[in-house]
Structures are given as C-alpha cells and as structure tokens.
Design a protein around this ligand. Structure first.
Ligand code: AKG
Ligand code: FE2
Length: 276
C-alpha cells in the first residue's frame, strides 16, 4: 500500500488563536482551521486519493487499510483544537474517533452530496446559553473550495437556535476554504453538500469524534467475561454496552490484530498507565 504524501504543519496554534477559533465555533457552529497541512503535499495527496478510490457497489470509497484513510485525523492542529471544542473544563474529555465518512462524488455519481440535514439533535437547552456537543466533526476537502467546487453549506447558529432552518429564510453560508485547511463543524447545525460544477472529483473526508469522559479505566484490557458478552451480543444495545463504539473483531480483524501485534515493538512493551 502506497504511503501518504500528506505533510502536517507542526506549529501548533497559539493560545490566543485557539480562543478565537473556539469562539467562532460556538457562535456559528463551524470554524475553518487554517494551515493544518503543507499545501504542496495536499496536491500530491489528492492525486493519490484519485488513484486508490474504488466503487464498492454502492458508492466510491478508498481502501480502509490505506494510510490515506486516517491521514487527515493525524493533523496536529486538528488534534490540538478538538478537546477545546468539546469542553471548557480543565479536565477535558478525550476525543475519540467514532466514525469516518468518505464522500466521493464523481461526474458519474453527480448528486451524491448529501442534502440538508442535521447529524445530531441539540443537546441541552437550545437558547442563549451554550451547551457543548457530545461529539464534533472534522472535515477535509484536499483542494481549494470555491462556489464551483461543491462547498458544504451551513445555516450558521442553527446548532443552538431551532428557529433557524432551511425551510424559512434563514441565512445560508457556503464554507469556502483552502486545501491546507480543515473544517470543524458542529453537526447539530443544518448543513448540506453541494454538487460541484467544476470538472473533477469531490472528496470530503469527515471524522466524527466523541468526548470520552475522564473515567477511571478509560483504557483497559477487557475482562474475558466481558469479551464473551460483547462477542455474543445479538443486539446493538448490548454490543455498545459491552464494547463501546466498536463492533467485536471478525476473523479478518483478528488476523490484522495478530499482524500488528507481531510487528509492534510498542504494543509488546506497553504497560497500561495506572489510573489515580
Ligand atoms: O458533503 C458534504 O459537504 C457534507 C457531508 C456531510 O454532511 C456528512 O457526511 O454528514
Ligand atoms: Fe452531515
């Protein structure tokens, strides 16, 4: 599998910038994170995405064992901002990836961009007081997005104010950003994808991150009895109750685990941090 050419800006945001970005995020329901990648590397990365994309019978996607699948989620500036977008507590929850959505629209699959929706209902009381979302989404486009390139559109403020929606005259904003930027979006806001007018392929890779609270035993080896319940769960509630957001391993994933274990110095030497 080909390596990813994506290169990151290693300079983290100064504190003053974090405050500004989070202020806008809370107010509008989205914020553009500038200069998350090295611009020239994004051009190569986009070409690589075009090389590895394939049709799985339902939609275009990319292989989930390719480094490209996770590349966006590794950006230091993105990871730096995430805890601040989930809480202003000092004991911040830890962001944990629960979903990766790959939206690829080609000339053939025109119209694949999703129409107006909210991916979440408002948590807490909508109104003047801000309530943090239980999860947030980071999105990447890997090209300069103008009105011609199928921007994501949003109704700013609709994450908090239920009177704002696409069916009255609420103001709509196109989210225009550069290829080296990322979008942090509150999925309680109304938003949609627009089909591109410019020739070419529209990629949107979205990572959903939920706020894992700082519980005792955040990372633990699952007791065998719990593994038994998890692997034998016959309904979604039980599966989540015993195993969190992830499905139990399949034979294929066990083979992958075995390979990773055999290759990983780190896993072999790893001892779990003691919780106070
Ligand atoms: O395609 C887009 O611009 C938005 C994608 C989106 O909203 C989603 O995948 O939930
Ligand atoms: Fe969405």
């Amino acid at each position: 599998m080909k390596n990813s050419s994506l290169r990151y800006n290693q300079n983290l945001f100064p504190d003053s910038e974090i405050k500004k970005l989070i202020h806008q995020f809370k107010q509008k329901g989205f914020v553009i994170l500038p200069n998350v990648f090295e611009r020239e590397s994004v051009k190569k990365f986009k070409t690589e995405l075009e090389e590895i994309m394939f049709h799985n019978g339902i939609s275009y996607t990319i292989p989930d064992n390719s480094p490209h699948y996770m590349a966006g989620a590794l950006a230091p500036r993105g990871r730096q901002i995430l805890p601040h977008s989930l809480s202003d507590s000092i004991a911040k929850p830890m962001p944990s990836i629960h979903t990766t959505i790959i939206v690829i629209e080609t000339d053939k699959t025109n119209g694949y961009a999703p129409d107006w929706h909210k991916d979440r209902q408002p948590d807490g009381m909508p109104g003047k007081e801000y309530h943090f979302s239980s999860d947030v989404f980071l999105a990447f486009y890997f090209e300069d997005i103008t009105e011609e390139h199928g921007p994501t559109q949003i109704i700013p403020g609709s994450h908090q104010d239920n009177t704002l929606n696409p069916y009255n005259d609420s103001k709509v904003e196109s989210i225009l950003l550069n290829m080296e930027d990322a979008l942090l979006i509150d999925q309680r806001a109304w938003h949609r994808g627009i089909s591109r007018k410019a020739p070419g392929t529209r990629f949107v890779i979205v990572y959903g991150m939920y706020a894992l609270p700082q519980h005792y035993g955040t990372t633990f080896q699952m007791p065998h009895a719990q593994i038994h319940h998890w692997m034998n769960a016959d309904n979604l509630n039980d599966r989540v109750y015993f195993g969190g957001p992830f499905a139990p391993p399949t034979k294929e994933t066990i083979e992958i685990f075995t390979k990773e274990l055999n290759n990983s110095e780190f896993l072999i030497n790893f001892t779990f941090p003691k919780m106070s």
